[in-house]
Ligand binder design. Sequence first.
Ligand code: UDP
Length: 240
Amino acid sequence: MKIDVLGVGFNNLTLEEAVQAGAGLVETEGFHYTVTPNPEFLLTARKNDAFKQALLGADLVLPDGVGVLYSAKILGRPLKSRVPGIEFAQGLLAWMAGHGKRLFLLGAKPGVAELAAANLKSTYPGLIICGTHDGYFQEDGPVVEEIRASAADVVFVCLGAPKQELWMVHNGPATGAHLMIGLGGSLDVFAGVVERAPKTFQKLGLEWLHRLIKEPKRFGRMAKLPLVLWYALGARIRRR
Ligand code: UDP
């Protein structure tokens, strides 16, 4: 059963349970996709119905961001744990490497996915990366065909939100892949182009602060994020 946080249902899982569930989807016939909403997703979903439907239709919805956890708590429906998309991806990579599964990397600026592929292959010996493509293409058709021809089991879709979620919904089934995961800027991190926040920031739930320090131009976007807590409080009060 999913836990509703401002209209989006989240799976209530630990990181290990989420990785197990992801592996289960890779082994299941048909197409599946995973989303990793943070507070910014929840705000976007309030205004963009196609995006909201894409989040609601996902097989696995993982809370990537303390803001989602705080909102769930305010709503009186606490979630077990934060499951950062990148850590979910790392868990799945380890599993894939041990099970001969094929991975396609889609997204980021030209050259980044190739760099990420090289790093991932050395971190996860045995990992099969069956293709890469940058995220700045005009037509979907040739990219879908490339993924299909690669016989990928899993695709990391890193086009930023909401583009990546809509892309997975529209194009995922035609690729023949079993699992797609929307992972934002993860390829930049795997490639070493962008650093993840140091562990202390991660433990304190302050990854957003690290990002703000590194990319001050995000201030406008991030200043709106406390709004999710405000909306959660409003929803809680209205329910009484
Ligand atoms: N990106 C892409 N194609 C686009 C727009 C963005 O491949 O048309 C990539 C971008 O290069 C970056 C990632 O998507 O690697 C977005 O990362 P970010 O963490 O900014 O995602 P967001 O926070 O917007 O979800």
